[in-house]
Design a protein around this ligand. Sequence first.
Ligand code: IMP
Length: 429
Amino acid sequence: MANVTVIGAQWGDEGKGKIVDWLASRADAVVRFQGGHNAGHTLVVGDQTYKLSLLPSGIVTGTLSIIGNGVVLDPWALKAEVEKLRGQGVEINDDNFAVADNCPLILPVHRELDGLREAAAGSGKIGTTGRGIGPAYEDKVGRRAIRVCDLAHLDSLEPQLDRLCAHHDALRAGFGEKPVDRDDLIRELKEIAPFVLQFAQPVWKRLKKVRKAGARILFEGAQGVLLDIDHGTYPFVTSSNTVSGTAASGSGLGPAATGFVLGIVKAYTTRVGSGPFPTELDDEDGRMLGERGHEFGTVTGRQRRCGWFDAVLVRQTCAISGVTGIALTKLDVLDGFETVKICTGYRLGGKVYDYLPSHAADQAAVEPIYEEMDGWRETTAGARSWADLPAQAIKYIQRVQELIETPVALVSTSPERDDTILVRDPFTD
Ligand code: IMP
């Protein structure tokens, strides 16, 4: 399989950054295909730390980096990120970076609406990243989005602006807000347009060309399958499809191009924002997982909720996303626990479930059924082969693999790129 698609198999924050960085260093092109600057990861290369939200990870090493049509693009966030990286010495030009010209834009009105809705929702709020992601996707599907290609035609934008503003002005009135300032919006778009347009092109064509030339393409997913708009814990989800199949529709290559689907899976579970979380721990164990795992959001700095590994959820997400193999991350966070627990099923209304039911109330009410295993005292941090791992840690990995019915391709044992146990190479296997 020449290409690799990386997706988060839980609620995001599985440690995709390190794995994607390692794969990106061996890829010829890296493609973001969904989400926007709600994603966030930190890359450590040599003595430099890079924080990326929107740009594909390949950008840091000069690999061709592409933002596909499935992404919602905040042009101001893009400019800020490009300028910040350039300030750190990263070369970004129209040769190594491209943006799909059919990408919908995130506008200031989307960010505002995201904030207004969350503020008004009280305890029912989603806990979004406040980046305007949801409202921008709504406008895309509502066929009133302004897209990257429109930036080259700003003088004839009136009909689109009419549609967009009619919708937003009505919503804003409901929140007691003033109508959209059209002149201001046009002025801001005119200002940013040249910056975005220098990278804009039909990326499906570029990808077709590199694919024909035998390039290895890495599709870099953001968030996680449990935040997928269809398959996630609706309505506590993001507004895009985060499953592997989106790599095809969100970039303009056919489904066969997705290649090896690598699901990134944390050895325990975390979630940011609201919504059901069956194995959440509100005790000392949960606090320890959060502390040892440094569980704070890269984008918002929010503390993540923590819990035991949920094999029911990961079996489900691996099936839904057709995961070929998983990368198990942050195993070392479990070092030193006397016992570790794995959720193997749910109890609800006298019945046992081997999957997460679809209804939000059921998702909130399921009670986890746990299997308990002895923990391990020794450290797994920095292990690079099975021989470096304590026997109990190997047993844990094997049990995870069995329960999720998907093989382990990699085990990551520290944030360092080389602290990885490679079982199957996604690019060559
Ligand atoms: P939105 O994507 O900003 O609309 O947020 C919707 C939900 O997805 C919220 O629960 C966010 O916390 C969550 N979310 C969005 N992006 C990420 C991410 O990169 N990692 C983890 N959670 C995320």
